[in-house]
Ligand binder design. Structure first.
Ligand SMILES: Cc1ncc(COP(=O)(O)O)c(C=O)c1O
Length: 387
């Protein structure tokens, strides 16, 4: 068995973009004598706020911690139902389990793999404590409708935007709508610092509380301590965690954000080529993209007839395609039923069933040059002609 980090460098489905400049900047921080959370972490938050026009943000050590802190912040706890998407990386929903909450899965729309206001509403009950959505593949959900639904049921909306940094909905960056909006800076994300996370919010009280939750109940920006004797405040009244982002990570993230347009434009141009060249094939269906949204194309899923055959065909050509996520409800950690028996696969999610059987990712990242892109496109077209 080949380990994923030992995969051959054929044409990878994912890539890592780190600007050259990050190396020098990190070297400076390493030599500075302060690598813990400090001025660079603050600089990152300021940069993020200005770039994506969000009122407040908190930096944490990964996107899962961003979710967990958000759920904690909203008081989501034991036995609370949270209506969420089943088509996502499991972190969206395992962090609900960590809180003792119950993920209630809504169906997705086959065309864009996102939950909708209608599918969420079907699952809302008096026990619903929050709604969680994912802008899958960086392609935003129907945000106005879902925001209105959350308001009408008076439940908070969390946007897991791990895929959607820099995506736009109606000309606004993702980050300005949900009560809490979480981002990931994990290795293959469009902006990466190896690992890292950001939580954006419009509410100052949420921001203050999240600062506490992310570092042992202490807001580092505000703490006034007697450094001579004891670096912790006199009292700690909020249970917090070790979720803070250090200055090494923050420095890589700052460089990545400063150069954000480079991987973004590259992804856009690859996606435009795929959308133009692959739109009329028999066996391949592109996702639906909407005029009022601008995806960042974090990933490029397609629907394909005979997925396994397609995957073999592409891998033989040294093009790595793969399934990004499985429907989460198939995993027994999420299985539950009133009688106590496991119900691994929900039967009332027909679109999810279809998508889970035929969705696969085409490579999209900074290292794909024009020749490689032509080769991928030709290969997909050749596959389509086999039928
Ligand atoms: C949709 C989604 N949510 C959450 C996460 C978790 O982010 P992280 O790996 O930074 O913890 C990921 C990671 O890929 C993701 O894709």
């Amino acid at each position: 068995m080949v380990k994923d980090y030992e995969m051959p460098n054929d044409i990878r489905s994912w890539g890592v973009y780190v600007p050259e400049e990050a190396i020098e900047r990190v070297a400076e921080v390493l030599k500075s004598g302060w690598i813990n959370t400090g001025k660079h972490e603050k600089e990152l938050r300021d940069l993020f706020r200005k770039k994506f026009l969000v009122a407040h943000c908190v930096a944490v050590n990964n996107g899962t911690a961003a979710l967990r802190a958000s759920y904690q912040m909203l008081g989501i706890g034991h036995g609370d139902e949270v209506v969420t998407t089943p088509y996502t990386f499991i972190a969206t929903n395992t962090s609900l389990l960590e809180q003792g909450a119950i993920p209630v899965f809504a169906d997705i729309r086959y065309g864009d793999l996102n939950v909708t206001a209608e599918t969420i509403e079907e699952k809302l009950t008096s026990k619903t404590k929050a709604i969680v959505i994912v802008h899958y593949a960086g392609n935003p959900v129907d945000l106005d409708e879902i925001r209105a639904l959350a308001d009408s049921y008076n439940v908070p909306l969390i946007e897991d935007s791990a895929h959607a940094m820099g995506s736009k909905y109606k000309d606004s960056y993702i980050g300005q709508t949900g009560d809490l909006v979480t981002f990931s800076l994990q290795a293959v994300k469009i902006v990466t610092s190896g690992d890292g996370g950001i939580i954006a919010t419009g509410r100052e009280d949420y921001y203050e509380r999240l600062q506490e939750i992310s570092w042992y109940g202490i807001n580092r920006d505000k703490k006034q301590t007697n450094l001579f004797l004891d670096s912790l405040p006199d009292d700690i009244s909020v249970l917090g965690y070790k979720y803070n982002m250090n200055d090494i990570t923050a420095t890589i993230a700052i460089s990545a954000l400063d150069h954000f347009d480079i991987p973004l434009q590259k992804r856009k141009s690859i996606a435009e080529t795929y959308r133009r060249e692959l739109k009329d094939l028999k066996t391949i269906k592109l996702l639906e993209y909407y005029r009022d949204r601008t995806p960042n194309y974090q990933i490029f899923p397609i629907h394909v007839e005979g997925r396994e055959r397609f995957a073999r065909y592409m891998w033989d050509k040294k093009i790595q395609v793969g399934v990004n996520n499985r429907r989460n409800d198939k995993y027994s950690i999420f299985g539950r039923s009133k009688s106590g028996r496991m119900t691994p696969v929900l039967r009332d999610l027909p679109n999810l069933r279809l998508a889970d059987e035929d969705t696969i990712l085409l490579p999209i990242h900074f290292d794909i040059d024009n020749d490689t892109l032509d080769y991928i496109v030709d290969s997909v077209i050749q596959y389509d002609k086999l039928k």
